[in-house]
Design a protein around this ligand. Structure first.
Ligand SMILES: [Zn+2]
Length: 287
């Protein structure tokens, strides 16, 4: 099996507003440079970052696409995406339309999701670790390299930016953590999609839902039911596509589901940075 390697680091830094902000660094190990995806206001004046690169191994997987699948997903996405100019009247047209959806529409959808980071609350709305969907089986992971096959022919390649979690059909979907709804609408390949904002640049995404039972601005508490799983968007079967985003970039939710990891890598660092800032500049106590 071939593996792709990626260097991934997440670091918490105190900002001028007194709250923690997070930098996310990612770069292909084979390449000479590490790309810094930081908020524009920090670029050029970020402090030196002490970091330890961690090599991750990602999975290559093959996704079979047949005509029955195309006949189900392509017209449905086209009907819900009026500005998508594709031909869905013939089998050939639906195959070509699938490639447009899987490529260009996927990118446009990703840009919309990334833009939501600008609306993140400047404070932590969460107090506990994030929760995985109850009793769910992991069908696919973040950064899986997917090759799409129509018959024996490879027709496309994409990177999967989330976890696919499955239990039973129409399973209840609960909020992974407390947050405010910043997106609740149909979104191309993601189908019925909800994005919650727990704050400080962290957001959680729930896709392929049967319907949408919340609206932008709602405050959702951890464990509250958002809706039910489904097959809307580009879904081969009933499941939840779940993503944790950091400043608009998909990260590994397994870490955020781990209370010890979250305490060591995020919560404690924000608390220490906040304390350091609060005490900076104060006169020394009398002796
Ligand atoms: Zn998925």
């Amino acid at each position: 099996m071939r593996f792709c390697k990626l260097i991934v680091v997440a670091i918490v830094v105190l900002t001028s507003t007194g709250v923690g902000s997070m930098y996310y660094l990612a770069g292909q190990q084979a390449g000479p440079a590490i790309t810094i995806a930081a908020p524009a206001r920090f670029i050029g004046r970020a402090p030196p970052i002490d970091h330890k690169p961690c090599v991750k191994r990602f999975v290559d997987s093959n996704i079979p696409i047949d005509q029955r699948c195309l006949d189900r997903v392509v017209p449905a996405i086209a009907a819900a995406t009026p500005d998508l100019k594709i031909d869905t009247t013939s089998p050939e047209g639906r195959l070509k339309a699938f490639l447009e959806i899987n490529g260009n529409l996927r990118k446009k959808n990703g840009d919309i999701i990334a833009s939501l980071a600008a609306n993140s609350a400047p404070r932590m709305l969460w107090r506990e670790a994030f929760a995985q969907m109850g009793n769910s089986q992991v069908e696919s992971r973040v950064a899986d390299r997917r090759a799409y096959f129509f018959g024996n022919q490879e027709i496309d390649r994409q990177v999967h930016l989330g976890f696919d979690l499955a239990t039973v059909q129409q399973a209840p979907v609960h909020a992974s953590n407390t947050g405010t709804v910043v997106f609740a609408d149909y979104l191309g390949i993601y189908g019925n999609c909800v994005v919650l904002d727990p704050g400080l640049g962290v957001q959680t995404l729930y896709a392929h839902l049967s319907s949408i039972g919340v609206k932008v601005g709602d405050t959702i508490t951890k464990g509250q039911e958002l809706d039910r799983t489904g097959i809307t968007g580009l879904a081969g079967g009933d499941h939840l596509h779940f993503t944790i985003l950091l400043q608009g970039v998909a990260v590994n939710p397994v870490e955020w589901w781990d209370a010890h990891w979250l305490q060591d890598r995020v919560t404690r660092k924000i608390a220490e940075a906040s304390l350091a800032r609060a005490t900076a500049g104060r006169p020394a106590p009398p002796r």
